[in-house]
Design a protein. Structure first.
Length: 510
RNA sequence: GGCGGCGUAGCUCAGCGGUAGAGCAGGGGAAUCAUAAUCCCUUGGUCGGUGGUUCAAAUCCGCCCGUCGCUACCA
């Protein structure tokens, strides 16, 4: 039985359309999921949509449709985006599904039974205009001394019944968790923030609402719906069959990795493990926070209206190039800037010139001068051994970087070999050997083919379509593309298909 | 205000105690198998400022400046 690997994207909130940020999280998770599958893991990869809450209820009303119809439409749009980005998720969960309602109510009852939830009163300064509560010390003074929200909205003292989760009781257990598993929150900067937050003291968390109804009813008290974050986080359990711990999918629990945007770290690194500990369930192994994209130097925002839909970019540049760009351009965990210019530059320089041209010059040379078959190799020279050595050690280097979610480092390692291969072909000059030493020429070509093959294997998770094409061109059978097949070499004299460019250069229309 | 990150070549960044590095951009040359792609050489930096520790500091410590983030219940 192979080792399991369970990873998730956040479930995306359906009060707006999918944009580049959603695509980014999904692509990163997908690359890792594909990598782990190729590396022999039994992978469960989950994504989906978060569909409850006041904002969705309001958005549906604004659109003039029932919440369910509204969420059906937006959820379908997210699923479409995932498909277009070639996301290989094993399941797509929606929080409005019956299986999820059942899981949420089950965990609620478990938390109640454990004494972790109690009925109390939520009191605070509420601004109707902002639909939000504010702390006393956040308030500002108005003209006549009236209390105002920081946004300038009038506030009133409101008391309403609410169920609370005893978050304060889990402070020490959380700190112990972070202490014992230093890798639980990554990158380290986020870990520090969470640590500081928890150390500063935790208050109990209001986990039910009575002010709106678009949510999962609290068992035994239907006036209340569950707080959307409790609802949302439980999706990770729902998908593996909770509360049926005997479900065949439940073997994936606990999750190996929750990939999240930096704005929701706290929910995943504080509330979620606290809920799980209280419910007597194992906690996930890692929460990794990635950064945000600006677009042409500006923050994506509603007011600027510059949200980017990734799908037109897929149409224009190809899904592989876009996926590559997102993980290549910036260290995972940090923020990045998306610009047409940078995308085109990566596409032309690294994909077309470096890799595409390397494959093309090698394969078309073989087609013209080596009978279009896998060339046999003779005695190896030092330069051959150097390049083969680099290629041979590549899988381990890439695996190590992927383990740290250092996607751009993994790609950099691969590109070092690509650059070395371009240097190698220039120095060995098979076009000169063609006239003087055919055996040596064949050896050089074979070394190149083997190197390209290794590169193709390792790039599969990043650019599945293009690498499927490339691996076919270097003669790797479709059924032999797991990383364990890397050790199997190509067969001398096996026919190769006619080569065709893998990454065409992008020429900006005049 | 408190806590934390960052500030290194024109740009994006790596290095984190032992004579300043990569990619891109710029300059020169070579080659011509290839998607006019490639390869080689090369210009370029008082490593934010300042004081200290050390035989030796981008690299450790203090202070200052700039910048970004966190500092709970919309998600």
């Amino acid at each position: 039985m192979s080792k399991t690997f369970y990873l998730t994207t956040p479930i995306f909130y359906v009060n707006g359309a999918p944009h580049l940020g959603h695509a980014y999280t999904s692509v990163a998770a997908d690359v890792l999921a594909r990598f782990k599958r190729l590396d022999g893991f039994d992978v469960f990869f989950l994504t989906g949509t978060d569909e409850h809450g006041q904002k969705v209820e309001a958005a549906a009303r604004a659109a003039g449709v029932e919440p369910q119809a509204f969420t059906d439409r937006v959820a379908a749009d997210f699923a479409d985006m995932a498909r277009r980005m070639k996301i290989s998720n094993d399941d797509f969960i929606r929080t409005t599904e019956a299986r999820h309602k059942r899981a949420c109510q089950a965990i609620w009852q478990k938390l109640m039974a454990a004494g972790a939830i109690y009925l109390g009163e939520y009191a605070g300064w509420y601004a109707v205009r902002d639909e939000a509560f504010y702390d006393e010390d956040e308030l500002i003074a108005g003209k006549d001394g009236a209390k105002l929200a920081p946004t300038g909205a009038p506030v009133e003292w409101v008391v309403e019944p609410s169920y609370f989760f005893k978050l304060s009781a889990y402070q020490d257990k959380l700190l112990a968790l972070y202490e014992e598993h230093p890798g639980f929150i990554a990158p380290a900067a986020k870990r520090n923030e969470v640590l500081a937050f928890v150390k500063s003291g935790l208050r109990d968390l209001s986990v039910s609402r009575t002010s709106f109804s678009w949510g999962i009813p609290v068992p035994g008290d239907p006036e209340h719906v569950m707080y959307v974050w409790l609802d949302a986080l439980v999706n990770y359990l729902t998908a593996v069959g909770y509360p049926d711990e005997g479900d065949e999918k439940f073997r994936f629990w606990p999750a190996d990795l929750h990939l999240v945007g930096k704005e929701i770290v706290r929910f995943h690194a504080v509330y979620w493990p606290a809920f799980l500990i209280a419910a007597g369930l194992p906690v996930p192994k890692k929460v990794f926070s990635h950064g945000w994209w600006t677009v042409e130097g500006e923050k994506m925002s509603k007011s600027l209206g510059n949200f980017i839909d990734p799908r037109p970019l897929v149409d224009e540049f190809g899904v592989d190039a876009l996926r590559f760009f997102l993980l290549r351009e910036v260290p995972f965990g940090g923020d990045g800037d998306f610009s047409r210019k940078a995308l085109i530059s990566r596409l032309n320089v690294e994909l077309a010139n470096d890799l595409g041209n390397l494959a093309q010059r090698t394969l078309s040379f073989i087609a013209k001068n080596a009978d279009g078959v896998v060339p046999a190799r003779g005695r190896l020279h030092e330069a051959d051994l150097a390049l083969l050595g680099m290629a041979g050690g590549l899988a381990e280097k890439v695996r190590e970087a992927m383990e740290r979610l250092a996607f751009n480092e993994a790609l950099e390692e691969i590109w070092k070999v690509i650059r070395a291969a371009n240097g190698y072909i220039d120095h060995q000059a098979p076009w000169a050997l063609r006239k003087t030493d055919i055996e040596r020429m064949n050896t050089v070509l074979r070394v190149l083919v083997e190197t390209i093959r290794t590169i193709g294997f390792l790039l599969q998770p990043f650019m599945p379509g293009a690498m499927e094409n490339l691996l076919t061109q270097v003669g790797v059978p479709a059924a032999a593309r797991h990383f364990s097949d890397l050790e199997t070499t190509l067969v001398d004299g096996a026919g190769l298909p006619a080569p065709s460019g893998v990454f065409p250069r992008y020429v900006e229309a005049a």
